[in-house]
Design a protein around this ligand. Sequence first.
Ligand code: ATP
Length: 366
Amino acid sequence: MAALSFNRTTKTFSDGNDEIVAVDELDLEIRDGEFLVLVGPSGCGKSTTLRMVAGLESPTGGTIVLGDREIQHLTPQERDIAMVFQSYALYPHMSVRGNMAYGLQKSTDLSDDEIDNRVRTAADTLDIVDLLDRKPGELSGGQQQRVALGRAIVRDPEVFLLDEPLANLDAKLRAQMRTELQQLQDELGTTTIYVTHDQTEAMSMSDRIAILNAGELQQVGTPLECYHQPENVFVAGFIGEPSMNFFDVTVADDRLVGDGFEVSLSEESRESVSGTEELVLGIRPEDVVITESTDEPDAFEASINVVEPYGDENAVHMQFADTTNDSDFVASIEGMRRLKEGETVGVSFPEESIHLFDAESGEALR
Ligand code: ATP
């Protein structure tokens, strides 16, 4: 086992006359034994990052260090790393046993007995002993997924790289496999990078999340840190479901003024926004408060457009009553609470729940 670090790691592709910066000076350390989830929208550079660790792409700048050695110049076989792909990449003509043993037969000088032992132990861990003589075509998606994992486990590598390994499974199986994967990683204690574009998966599985956008690292932290203290507008909007609401606001003395609402600022907040006039205010749907009346401090009127039930909650889409545009926002309200479409209610954005960002840079101000 070992820690893995990226040091100003960069990958550019040239596409005719254009240069695509897929990964831009990435600085990131994955601790020994850690489960780190790399998350971000399509095209942000997640797979390229993993492929550079596996040796399937060469960085165009910077280094990748595993334990105490630089690995970016090594061939894939010289790195002690196993990767599991979204497509599983199993050999269709080989049995499960053959698929799991193949990498060991090719790249190690273990005896047949030792290889057989390792395959059995991994099959046992993954509960696929009964499937060892079947071919991939005779397995369900979930079973194929286990075989792909088994092939990685038998190698007992220093690092596991998992590229959207659950993407082809249905929702129920995906949830079950998430838990199993976490338990497995816990037992094996192998340093793991798990790539997904699904922020719910990232939030529920990881020790820490690294959030990428357009090749640039946006934030690294525990799921709760990224949720409660997003460092910029991108992270704030990416993490959380339904997404955070954002509004342009200006500072006027001790108040933030938006189009259709105002929020009084505490002394502490005034200090953190001083010198910035144009801000973006963010508030999570679960922090929006439906007030008893519009006489309460900072309450404003909003009309309800659509009530969308999900689980114990409703996502209530609302529109400011007193506004020059038709911008709307979402509040999450307990399912028991009766709210009717078309109804006008009092709403407030409590000062202690709001997030403030510099409108120009997008950086968080507090
Ligand atoms: P997805 O979630 O859709 O798989 P991703 O976050 O894994 O996306 P990458 O596949 O790493 O993103 O791609 C990052 C950027 O690099 C994209 O703009 C992509 O088009 C570009 N890219 C990736 N591989 C190549 C290549 N071989 N040649 C040219 N451009 C590439």
